[in-house]
Design a protein around this ligand. Structure first.
Ligand code: GN1
Length: 470
């Protein structure tokens, strides 16, 4: 370790006296001006993690749905998952060490986590559109460099795009090309294949209004536009040219306030959706002819995916284990509908994508969504291989066609993390293929506030006990 260099650089990114920050659900998050030392140190941690795993690690500078003045950092593990929980403790230790203790803490982490300091380290970096993000990502670069690591700075990307390129890099291209062009090509190819099937059956053009929370999603959708089939028309709102990031708009605002975002003129029955600040969440909504607002959140997205995938799996005739993973914030009506009507097992885990992701990995097809709109579908390697083989070799036409649709779904879903762009394309493809409007999708079941339902259940149960005792 370059001890003198470490002293010099840590003085450039000093830790404010007395400041202690905790690793949160998805990394560190705070006011941007409190984070320079955190970024420097997370650059160092990423280099150590890279040496420990022998793989490329990702560092995303973003505070997602938080106000523009905040910032934060998310670390991406080799296969595009969130940082392994066993390293969260090291992250907190390094983040809160006093400047003069840094060398000692790095040595301790290397000992505890068996990091060979002689090995190469490689880190991919990305950032959102916050004014503070550029400077903070420079601090990440300094942290990587001081420990002798190599880096590639992807600049402005969505969080899921950074997860994608990290996964591509560590799977030697099996997952796709580790470039933004590779991402656009992979998704648009799969989407075009899927949508072609519905368009040839006479389905009308698809139109969608997208609120990009004044964030990175708008830039990336603009880059992707040339890749879209012309039958799909998207209109982008809140592109960040006029207003502040996440201000009165974005997926979190729409979900929490149950109303449309500022700046999106919604006409009755039009299909609309909102991304969050780093484009890893999505919610849909529409207004009925009476002017009432209807939200279609992560619970209903999981339901749509489940119905569609269950039908396809039945058509290909494979006994693949499918399940849905939710958190305690899920609406009870969605859980009941999934279990009783769709007949798919549902599991409940703690909030935070890492918990949902790890549970979903236990199944051949694991669908996970938080009610806030963060989610994706994971296909096990074995399930993916079976499906790809059936799509190529199956003699029965109906089975082969169903396998081909599933194969495109696998390519379209960003299996590393919830991805607003990928989820939006999956939703549009399913609605087109099933000939469903957003209103019909919304009408699958009626939302019933979970807390009210639990309260009612308690009342009924206690009334039953009392009447039995009488
Ligand atoms: C990647 C991740 O873990 N994201 C977390 C995090 O969301 P962001 O969209 O990253 O702000 O905070 C949410 C609220 O606690 C939690 O629901 C979600 O799982």
């Amino acid at each position: 370790m370059d001890v003198e260099g470490l002293k010099k650089y840590s003085a450039l990114h000093p830790k404010p006296a007395g400041l202690t920050l905790q690793y949160g659900t998805a990394g560190f998050r705070s006011k941007a001006q409190q984070l320079e030392h955190i970024m420097f140190r997370m650059g160092m941690l990423a280099a150590l993690r890279s040496r420990a795993t022998g793989a490329t690690i990702g560092v995303m500078v973003t505070a997602s749905h938080n106000p523009e003045e905040d910032n934060g950092v998310k670390l991406v593990d080799p296969l595009g998952e969130m940082l392994h929980p066993s390293w969260e403790e090291y992250a907190t230790q390094l983040a809160n060490a006093e400047d003069q203790e840094l060398q000692k803490i790095v040595t301790e982490i290397c000992q505890k986590a068996a990091v060979n300091q002689q090995k190469d380290a490689s880190v991919f970096i990305g950032r959102d559109t916050r004014p503070s993000s550029k400077e903070l990502s420079q601090a990440v670069i300094d942290g990587i460099s001081i420990l002798g690591g190599q880096y590639y700075d992807y600049g402005l990307v969505t969080t899921p795009q950074l997860h994608y390129v990290v996964c591509c890099q560590n799977t030697q291209g099996q997952y796709g090309k580790p470039t933004l062009e590779g991402y656009y090509q992979k998704l648009s190819k799969a989407f075009t294949e899927l949508i072609k099937k519905s368009l040839s059956s006479g389905e009308a053009q698809r139109q969608l209004k997208i609120d990009c929370a004044n964030g990175i999603g708008a830039l990336k959708l603009a880059e992707m536009e040339t890749y879209f089939p012309k039958e799909v028309q998207i209109q982008v709102y809140n592109d960040g040219t006029k207003e502040k990031l996440n201000h009165l708009c974005g997926a979190d605002f729409v979900k929490v306030h149950q109303k449309p975002p500022k700046g999106l003129d919604m006409k009755p029955n039009e299909s609309c959706c909102s991304f969050d600040g780093d484009a890893d969440r999505i919610v849909y909504y529409y207004m009925d002819t009476a002017g009432h607002f209807h939200l279609i959140d992560g619970d209903k997205i999981a339901t749509l995916f489940s119905i569609f995938l269950k039908e396809l799996l039945a058509k290909v005739g494979q006994t693949l284990k499918m399940a849905v993973v939710q958190t305690a914030y899920a609406n009870g009506s969605s859980t009941r509908y999934l279990e009783e009507t769709v007949q798919v097992p549902v599991h409940c885990v703690k909030t935070g994508v890492k918990h949902l992701h790890h549970k979903a990995q236990e199944f051949d097809v694991g669908i996970y969504f938080e009610a806030n709109g963060h989610g994706t579908v994971l296909f096990s390697k074995a399930a993916e291989n079976t499906i790809r083989q059936l799509a190529k070799e199956e003699k029965d036409d109906a089975k082969r066609e169903a396998a081909k649709v599933l194969e495109n779904m696998i390519d379209l879903i960003n299996q590393t993390v919830g991805d607003a762009i990928s989820d939006m394309l999956v939703i549009e493809a399913i609605l087109a293929l099933k000939g469903l409007t957003v209103q019909q999708w919304d009408a699958l079941y009626t939302d019933f506030p979970s807390r009210l339902l639990k309260w009612l259940k308690k009342k009924v149960t206690s009334a039953f006990i009392i009447s039995k005792n009488v």
